[in-house]
Design a protein around this ligand. Sequence first.
Ligand code: ZN
Length: 161
Amino acid sequence: MALKVNQAVTIHYSVKDDKGNKIDSSEGNAPLSFISGMQQVIPGMENNIEGMLIGSKKTFTCPAEEAYGDYNENALQVVSKSEFPAEIKLEVGLSYVMNDGQGRQIPFVISEVAEENVTLDFNHPLAGIPLTFDIELIDIREATKEELEHGHVHGAHGHHH
Ligand code: ZN
């Protein structure tokens, strides 16, 4: 079941990939605040917070399609090496950001290097990976009109102006 939209949600979280490697955590930092229904967090997060009580904890695993999406073979692109400036190192695993000409920054990883060409992978680095979260619900309430206009949570756990 999906979380109601326009809720100001504050959580502490820690997230691991399917091999148990820790990817990210709010431990030692401020908790994460977001407004539900605005695609500020992955869908699996909102689905699992539904019904939780303030102060409670939960561990859950999001399949890739509820996290950063399935791995898409069509997001691979073969490009001639000559299209890159000479100072760019072309090695497997290096990541760069490309400007799409419309002001958007598109990150990619070099996934293969051949004699003439390189293969660029435009998938999100976590595409295709199920993620396991440990979360603690610090607070949940209706977002205020001002928070909805700004698109972020205000107050103790949120944004300060
Ligand atoms: Zn604001």
